[in-house]
Design a protein around this ligand. Structure first.
Ligand SMILES: [Cu+2]
Length: 160
C-alpha cells in the first residue's frame, strides 16, 4: 500500500513539474527588423513578418520608430484590428518593449492618421494563440501540486 501511494505521489509531482513553462530561451524580436515600426511598403508587410516566425511565452517585441509620429497601440479584438479602431493600450515611447508571459493573440496597430489602413498593424500569436482560461500555467501547476499533497495526506489519513 505505502509503496503504491508513494509511487502515485511521485507521479503527480513529476506531472506537475511537467506543466511548468519550458526552459526554452526567450527571444527579443525587433518588429519589422530593419524597417522598424512604420508605414510599410505594402499592407500585409507586418502580418507576413509575424507569420514567418513562431513566438513563445517569454518572447519580447521591440517597436522602433525613428522618424515621423507613430504609436504602438494594442486593441482587444480582431474586429477592432480589422477596422483600425483607434482605442486601446497606447505604448507611446519609440523603442518600447512588450513581453508576453502567456499564450494568446495580440492585435497591434498605429493610431496615427491612416497608418493602420496602410498596413501599420500586426497580429502577434504567442504559442497556440489561445489565452489560458484561468490564471497562469505556473499557477495551475502549483494548484495541481497542492491538490496532490492534499489528497495524498487524505489517503495517508485513511490508510492509518
Ligand atoms: Cu504610424
Amino acid at each position: 500500500m505505502a509503496g503504491r501511494l508513494s509511487f502515485t505521489v511521485g507521479f503527480l509531482i513529476v506531472a506537475s513539474v511537467g506543466l511548468l513553462p519550458g526552459a526554452c530561451a526567450a527571444t527579443t524580436y525587433t518588429v519589422g527588423d530593419d524597417l522598424g515600426w512604420t508605414v510599410p511598403p505594402n499592407s500585409s508587410y507586418y502580418d507576413e513578418w509575424a507569420s514567418q516566425r513562431t513566438f513563445q511565452i517569454g518572447d519580447s517585441f521591440v517597436f522602433n520608430w525613428t522618424t515621423g509620429t507613430h504609436t504602438a497601440t494594442e486593441v482587444s479584438t480582431r474586429e477592432e484590428y480589422d477596422n483600425c479602431t483607434k482605442m486601446g493600450i497606447i505604448l507611446l515611447d519609440a523603442g518600447v518593449q512588450v513581453t508576453f508571459n502567456a499564450n494568446g493573440t495580440h492585435y497591434f496597430l498605429c493610431s496615427e492618421g491612416t497608418h493602420c489602413e496602410q498596413g501599420q498593424k500586426m497580429i502577434i500569436k504567442i504559442g497556440d494563440g489561445i489565452a489560458p482560461s484561468f490564471a497562469a500555467p505556473s499557477l495551475s501547476a502549483a494548484a495541481a501540486a497542492l491538490s496532490a499533497l492534499f489528497f495524498s495526506t487524505l489517503a495517508i489519513f485513511f490508510l492509518n
